[in-house]
Write a protein that binds this ligand. Structure first.
Ligand SMILES: NC(=O)c1ccc[n+]([C@@H]2O[C@H](COP(=O)([O-])OP(=O)(O)OC[C@H]3O[C@@H](n4cnc5c(N)ncnc54)[C@H](OP(=O)(O)O)[C@@H]3O)[C@@H](O)[C@H]2O)c1
Length: 278
């Protein structure tokens, strides 16, 4: 078990984290599929038992310092090393900026940004002592460009992008690689699990119609979206690359939009997104 690479995935109860956990374990990595509520582990556990793949579920809530500490201790006691951390746990907060409460934004950042930092800081001493490791941060297309009603989510993912770029310079000398994976729209529980800001529920909100338009647009985009397995494959290919890139797009939609963005001025790109969302 120890000569196999050991991977930890956060937010494995559903969607992208669920599929990454399975993909890694099916490819022989000793995989710790972590989740905040272990009652949601039965599906993963039963697939792992049936397929006899090296996957184990461990409780880890990225917003809880003690939970992160205990999970990492449990894993290190068992496996003596951590080779790969996939920071995947996250959710969306939607609402126009004026309608967002500071506490709603703080909760968004506590999961998507500070949660990722908690898990990363807990594994870094282990990877640094070992002189190797890979940290994969699941960002988003919305870590590269903003859209209306997603300011809190997009800014949490922009923060993940800046953090990852900066830490990559610090960690490379210790043999630790950092990778950003930027999915487009992916068919998961993400939309159902998204939190709608309290004030956005009020039909008197000046942004109520805007919210409805964005909702309708999103429903159409989801119809043609990629599966979470697509993202899991991108992650597997990235961690198996001996010289991985800093950024990987995951989804035809985000690949197309970034290709266009890279050829346009900021002003032209801004106008294009504005026309798409009106
Ligand atoms: N789906 C998309 O279109 C899309 C696009 C770009 C980026 N992403 C990113 O991909 C990642 C995974 O999202 P998904 O699409 O797979 O959505 P999902 O199906 O809703 O999965 C989100 C996962 O994060 C977990 N989570 C939330 N808060 C947590 C916490 N405090 N501690 C530990 N786990 C927590 C959820 O656990 P519970 O089951 O307990 O809630 C769930 O396992 C997120 O970072 C998201 O921002 C998604």
């Amino acid at each position: 078990m120890n000569e196999k690479r050991v991977a930890i995935v956060t937010g494995s109860s559903s969607g992208i984290g669920f599929e990454i956990s399975l993909m890694l374990a099916r490819n022989g990595l000793t995989t710790y599929a972590t989740m905040r509520d272990l009652h949601k582990s039965s599906m993963l556990t039963s697939i792992a038992d049936k397929e006899k793949i090296p996957l184990r579920c461990v409780q880890l809530d990225v917003t809880d310092d003690m939970s992160v500490k205990q999970a990492i201790e449990t894993i290190v006691n068992e496996s003596h090393n951590i080779d790969i951390l996939i920071n995947n746990a996250g959710y969306g907060l939607s609402g126009a900026l004026e309608d967002l409460l500071i506490d709603e934004i703080k909760l968004q950042f506590d999961t998507n940004f500070f949660g990722l930092i908690r898990a990363t800081q807990a594994v870094l001493p282990i990877m640094r002592n070992h002189g190797s490791g890979i940290i994969v941060n699941i960002s988003s297309g919305l870590g590269r460009f903003g859209i209306a009603t997603s300011s809190a989510y997009a800014s949490s993912k922009f923060a993940v992008e800046g953090l990852t770029e900066s830490m990559s310079y610090e960690l490379e000398p210790f043999g630790i690689k950092t990778i950003l994976v930027e999915p487009g729209i992916i068919k998961t529980n993400f939309i159902k699990a998204a939190v709608l800001a309290q004030k956005s529920k009020d039909p008197n909100s000046p942004y109520f119609q805007f919210m409805n338009n964005m909702d309708e647009g999103m429903k159409k985009l989801i119809e043609n979206s990629e599966s979470p397995e697509y993202v899991a494959r991108v992650v597997l290919d990235a961690i198996n690359d001996s010289n991985p890139k800093l950024r990987y797009l995951a989804g035809k939609d985000v690949e197309q939009i970034m290709e266009i963005k890279n050829k346009m001025s900021d002003e032209d790109f801004h106008n294009m997104i504005k026309n798409m969302s009106s």
